[in-house]
Ligand binder design. Sequence first.
Ligand SMILES: Cc1cc2nc3c(=O)[nH]c(=O)nc-3n(C[C@H](O)[C@H](O)[C@H](O)COP(=O)(O)OP(=O)(O)OC[C@H]3O[C@@H](n4cnc5c(N)ncnc54)[C@H](O)[C@@H]3O)c2cc1C
Length: 433
Amino acid sequence: MHVTYDIIIAGAGAAGMMAAISAGRLLESGKIVILEKEKRPGRKLLATGNGRCNLTNINADPDDYFGDEPRFARGPLHRFSTAAVLSFFSELGLKTRVDDQGRVYPWCNQSAAVLDVLRLELHRLGIEIITEQGVTSVDQVGSLFIGDKPLNREPEFEVKTANGQIYRARKVIMATGGLAAPALGADSSGLEIAEKLGHDLRKTMPALVPLELDSHISKKLSGIRFEAVASILQNESEVMRARGEFLWTDYGVSGIAAMEVSRAVSAYDGSSTILLDLLPDMSNEEIVSWIKTRIAQHPDLIVDSLLTGLFHRRMGEELIKHSISNSVIPTLEAVRLKTEHIVKIADCLKSLKIKVIGTRSWDQAQITVGGLDVRNFRPDSMQSRICEGLFAAGEVLDIDGPCGGFNLQWAWSSGWLAGFKAAGDLLKQEVSG
Ligand SMILES: Cc1cc2nc3c(=O)[nH]c(=O)nc-3n(C[C@H](O)[C@H](O)[C@H](O)COP(=O)(O)OP(=O)(O)OC[C@H]3O[C@@H](n4cnc5c(N)ncnc54)[C@H](O)[C@@H]3O)c2cc1C
């Protein structure tokens, strides 16, 4: 004997919990359950924002999102905007703060606070989360007939889990997330289930992920932070740019701005180059003049120390080496430098070009590029065009955003809409039935 639910949600992440809440608020006495593969709900949510959870961004705009069909994001993001997310969490008692980049964090700076208020609301609405229930298949089972008399009014879904449980539901919402950070529960099971039901998959690749570079500089400077503007060049043309913080690592470069441009590297089959402007607020001429003034003020300075104070000492030395080591001995007095050497140093600081080998793996990625083709879903409801009664929300879909709260905003918006519409359809069916 199977328990039949009104709505089954696969995945207790940001999108799944939001879907359950919006459905539960509409279907006051409905039976809604979330089936979660892991031992605990919201594991990834807890890890977000370095444990602080950057839950949205007040500057998030639908045009900031990517995917094969990024316009799809507009519907959900308009229907449940950043303002709606802020008032939703405020009603749940979550006090938030906004930083100078528009990033919103819980006031207490702990992602657990976000998960806790969601769980309290799920509890208030009587919505169950059953953990260690990895969904392995979702099948549409037609109406049962006795003679020509239908036993049920509409087809149902049969949902099977890895430990042999079978559930039934009138609507199913797939909120199983993407492939990034497998240690936190991410895997391809949700994508495979939806694919079996006839949905198309857009190629998946890691994004918001560090970059591997073909240069000894990164290894030598591993652990040193710097500010820059990074451009990704493909066939000599700039395809993406970000300004912000970087961190040299053994393999290449990490930090928010490096992760930001990683999408362009992931999504391209050919080779990419990163172009770093290490002094974006100064022109080449201003840098040349700054160096000349420094030399004039410190005539006994050696070439190696020329950039000390402007950059981390080791980074300054390495940049000097990189730009003029072929022609100048680093221990030479800087006063002996010719203008052509100073121009070369300035050029290197404005446009340090390094070949990109690729990105790090899923383990270090924050999000997935690709996923379920959104053309198979309706942007005004998140319902599948291929399998009626099935909805999808969050990162399982081929929509992704930049760093800074945009991806959770997408999970909240799409989750809210999927839950609202799935519940709304059930209410309509009750009225017409
Ligand atoms: C380290 C890290 C930091 C991040 N920081 C931020 C940030 O600060 N701000 C931001 O906006 N975004 C951030 N992101 C991205 C953000 O976390 C995701 O985009 C967001 O969590 C996606 O929500 P989701 O509900 O779609 O998927 P998830 O949060 O991944 O939830 C999916 C859930 O489904 C479960 N599941 C999977 N398969 C099955 C199955 N077959 N059956 C049942 N359950 C299943 C998973 O265990 C998981 O609990 C970060 C990501 C990472 C990895």
